[in-house]
Design a protein around this ligand. Structure first.
Ligand SMILES: O=C(O)CCC(=O)C(=O)O
Ligand SMILES: [Fe+2]
Length: 237
């Protein structure tokens, strides 16, 4: 990638919490070139291989089971941050679009700031914000990643620690007491109403997301040929 484009993308990622590279050169005759993928991500950080033991993880449907994790099934994915079940989630998530779904499968992006603003407009906002800011939340790793080493439970953390960051994923929350379940439901419904950015994917797109400051989601799809690659990154900041 030309240096000026890298600088522009990094600047936008810093200011806005996400950026999209169009027509990135990681496809050769429609097939992804892993070396080119790794060269692209190197502009933004160091790839993590912590979950699944590989740096480049395929996001391609193998099942329609609703309980399966997002990367292996069709259908929609609610707003979330990645690796929320780890003590320290990776800093950046990159989604490389190899082949978009024939219909749907769009990426939706929502900054933590806009998510909190949407939540603040809910009638029961105060107790919900209070609950989300307490260190009482934990998540279970998806079964595709839960090897023997993952059995240890995460120490509970806040969803909103108060520093502009957020960690969230509805479907694998662990141990919810009734007030927490209510708070989770209010947050989820406010996320559905919040003003998100919609990215219609094209082959060659790279969607680069600040995993602490921006939630991502995807609209529903059924096309079994949809194919993305996901790389999570550590940055030095
Ligand atoms: O399929 C997508 O567009 C995103 C998948 C995703 O967010 C994930 O696997 O964590
Ligand atoms: Fe994700």
């Amino acid at each position: 990638m030309p240096r000026a484009d890298v600088e522009r993308a990094k600047d936008e990622l810093g200011r806005q919490g996400w950026t999209v590279l169009r027509k990135a050169a990681f496809l050769a005759h429609g097939r992804p070139d892993p070396a080119a993928v790794l060269r692209t991500v190197a502009c933004f950080g160091r790839p993590s291989d912590r979950d699944g033991g590989c740096q480049i993880w395929p996001v391609a449907p193998r099942t329609t089971r609703a309980e399966a994790t997002f990367s292996v099934r069709t259908g929609d994915a609610g707003f979330h941050t990645d690796a929320q079940y780890h003590r320290r989630p990776e800093d950046v998530v990159c989604l490389f679009v190899v082949r978009p779904a024939a219909e749907g499968g769009d990426t939706l992006l929502l900054t933590a700031r806009d998510a909190v603003a949407a939540l603040a407009r809910e009638p029961m906002a105060r107790p919900v914000l209070d609950s989300l800011s307490r260190p009482i939340w934990s998540w279970t790793p998806p079964e595709v990643f839960s090897g023997p080493g993952e059995a240890a439970r995460q120490a509970p953390v806040p969803v909103l620690p108060g520093d502009g960051t957020m960690r969230w994923r509805r479907d694998n929350l662990a141990r919810l007491c009734p007030p927490q379940a209510r708070a989770a439901a209010v947050l989820e419904s406010s996320l559905r109403r919040a003003p998100a950015v919609r990215i219609r994917q094209r082959p060659g797109d790279v969607i680069v997301i600040d995993n602490h400051r921006t939630l991502h989601a995807r609209s529903t799809f059924t096309d079994l040929r949809r194919h993305l690659l996901r790389v999570r990154l550590w940055t030095d900041s």
